[in-house]
Design a protein around this ligand. Structure first.
Ligand code: ADP
Length: 278
């Protein structure tokens, strides 16, 4: 399996002196689904800006498909890595939704027909074809987010990096967006790297997670292994998934013989409970 993203010893200091990243090492294998979790200000967005060359390291390196990002290969990198910003207003700028989604493909030298096909397909996948003639300024926060994801899908990237993609979405839109992303991963082996505060949903899709705090990763591993250490999670100003928290209470306070790594999802908890009931 190929290494899709490799970040080595990455440091980044903003011009005002804020040391936002302090020695980050991160890998994503091709086709992997990774969640990055951390409180506000821990450095997730700053890291993500490095993954498609919006930012360059103060120190360290970022490789995509084993090629280091430099000023010379930015066009190629941006066709490979699609970045969905945390705030869609930072991304949307064209007079209509259709033009916004067409902007990327138009700039890659595709024919008019291919551009139209890409745009129509991306709008359809996100169920927003009906918004195509609207101005992005006149959309709700959730609709803007879907357009910003369509922008990225229309580029057919191999790697999609999403900064809190479900914030601002109602529960149904949030769950259908996650289904769509997982579908792209399954059918097209697209690598997914997702920063999220939706800790309860993480065990449903992530194969590996990174916990970020104050510009560093403080834990990395499978959701089961990482959430087994509740102290690290809480020291990082985060919480366990609610199901795991319930299991922890049942184990520690009610003395039920529940295993740790705790069950993290309703399905896992149900199996554990049925086993205990027998
Ligand atoms: P997160 O995405 O996890 O919320 P960020 O990457 O946005 O975290 O921020 C990491 C740190 O960098 C924070 O301390 C934040 O205040 C700081 N920061 C973010 N943007 C800037 C900027 N433009 N100038 C200076 N400091 C910044």
């Amino acid at each position: 399996m190929r290494c899709a993203v490799k970040v080595s010893d990455l440091y980044y200091t903003y011009p005002d002196g804020t040391e936002a990243l302090k020695g980050i090492n991160f890998t994503a294998m091709q086709g992997e689904k990774i969640a990055v979790i951390g409180p506000n200000g821990s450095g997730k967005s700053t890291l993500f800006y490095h993954l498609n060359g919006l930012f360059f390291p103060t120190k360290g390196s970022v490789c995509i498909n084993e090629e280091e990002i430099t000023k010379k290969n930015l066009d190629k990198i941006r066709m490979t890595v699609g970045l969905v910003f945390q705030d869609p207003d930072d991304q949307l700028f064209a007079p209509t939704v259709w033009d916004d989604v067409a902007f990327g493909p138009r700039n890659t030298g595709l024919s008019k027909r291919e551009v139209e096909g890409r745009v129509d397909n991306a709008l359809k996948m996100l169920n927003i074809a009906g918004l195509k003639d609207k101005s992005p300024d006149n959309l709700s926060g959730g609709q803007k987010r879907l357009v910003s994801i369509a922008d990225v899908l229309a580029m057919n990237p191999e790697i999609i990096v999403l900064d809190e993609p479900t914030s601002n979405l109602d529960p149904r839109s949030s769950s259908s967006l996650m289904h769509l992303l997982l579908d792209l991963n399954t059918k097209m082996n697209i690598t997914l790297i997702i920063a999220t505060h939706d800790i309860d949903a993480v065990p449903l899709y992530a194969e590996r997670i990174y916990i970020m705090d104050r510009g560093r990763f403080v834990a990395e591993g499978t959701p089961g292994a990482v959430f087994a250490d509740a102290a690290i999670i809480r020291n990082s100003r985060l919480r366990l998934p609610r199901i795991a928290h319930l299991m922890e209470i049942l184990q520690k306070e009610d003395k039920l013989p529940i295993r740790n790594p705790y069950p993290l999802t309703i399905g896992e908890a149900r199996r554990e409970m049925l086993k205990l009931a027998k």
